[in-house]
Design a protein around this ligand. Structure first.
Ligand code: SF4
Ligand code: SF4
Length: 329
């Protein structure tokens, strides 16, 4: 993925600094039961990279020390990490809100019959990709059969109370465009999703998050292959909104890779751009825990530290803005 860097360097994206940290976003590994076209981590069934138990234990220590409010689990399919349950249970014991970035189809895989009940019992918030309410569009982006399996997964979650009125179980859906365009209005699309998914499949969800595709990894490489990279970058730059800069998610989270190293966000992690904290070339969570000075810094959210920015950052500030929680503002 580092071969994307020459295309992203020499940026005029504004310098940004950290605010107080409230979220720990953790990539539990690149193993996934799917191989989606837009996947920014190139995840798939043959990937072997998974966070080990030593780093899981360090993360639990970090959660205890840092007072983070939210643990946001990504992958791959985070549930395929053998230590997923241990980490979730530890976080919930600390009253930390846990978000599982679930691809929905994992709920139907052999060996994962426990998953839906486990998520519900622990009040884990589910954020699930569903890039369209039309079967053909989803299958084109995420693979044959993914749409029907996703609907089946949502039905399982709905049956447990997820996404239902008067329930504490949250199911948010995530949309990303299929080509070189920005997402449409989040509010209008959420209304359309709610209407269509209820009418067609009798399924329910809480909110829809629209996310702008990052010009990196599998999506970025495809843009390069198709000769569309420059055109897409220009769209992102032409739609830059200064007001979105203060809300970019890297200001309030740190992203941890499957080996326990620290990054400003999941996208920088995929590009191998380590967080420029304390002039460390590579900062590991073990160092955050061990160094008293850094513990104190962490308490204050690493506030004031610079964030590594390149041209892909324009995907976060274009139009309505984009983050793991949808639009900014
Ligand atoms: S389900 Fe998610 S992690 Fe898996 S391949 Fe698709 S986008 Fe990547
Ligand atoms: S890609 Fe977005 S979240 Fe990541 S460093 Fe750039 S602005 Fe921040």
């Amino acid at each position: 993925m580092r071969d994307m860097l020459p295309l992203l360097k020499n940026t005029d994206f504004p310098a940004i600094k950290r605010a107080r940290m409230h979220t720990l976003q953790v990539n539990l590994g690149y193993l996934c039961n799917q191989t989606c076209f837009h996947c920014h981590v190139n995840a798939g069934p043959n990937r072997k990279e998974l966070m080990d138990e030593t780093n899981i234990n360090l993360l639990i220590q970090l959660m205890e020390l840092s007072g983070v409010k939210t643990l946001d689990l990504t992958g791959g399919a985070p549930e395929m990490n053998p230590h997923f349950k241990k980490l979730v249970l530890a976080a919930r014991k600390l009253k930390i809100n846990v978000i599982d970035r679930c691809n929905l189809t994992i709920l139907n895989e052999d060996g994962y019959e426990w998953l839906a009940d486990f998520l519900a019992e622990n009040q884990v918030e589910v954020a699930a990709s569903l890039p369209c309410y039309l079967e053909d569009n989803v299958d084109a982006q995420r693979g044959d059969g993914v749409f029907q399996s996703s609907i089946e997964g949502i039905k399982k979650l709905n049956a447990l109370g997820y996404g239902m009125d008067d329930s504490k179980l949250t199911l948010n859906l995530v949309y990303n465009p299929q080509g070189i365009s920005l997402p449409p209005s989040q509010e209008a699309l959420e209304n359309a999703y709610k209407k269509e998914l209820l009418a067609r499949y009798d399924i329910h969800f809480n909110e829809l998050f629209t996310i702008t595709n990052q010009p990196i990894a599998r999506f970025g490489s495809t843009l390069v292959t198709k000769g569309q990279f420059d055109e897409y970058m220009q769209i992102l730059k032409d739609n830059f909104q200064q007001a979105n800069v203060k809300g970019v998610m890297c200001r309030t989270l740190i992203s941890i890779d499957w080996q326990g190293y620290v990054y400003d966000c999941d996208f920088n992690q995929m590009l191998g751009l380590h967080a420029p904290i304390e002039d460390e070339e590579k900062l590991h969570i073990a160092q955050l825990i061990a160094q008293e000075e850094l513990q104190q810094t962490l308490d204050y959210g690493l506030a004031g530290q610079p964030i590594t920015v390149m041209n892909h950052c324009y995907a976060c500030t274009a139009g309505q803005g984009s983050s793991c929680g949808g639009t900014l503002g």
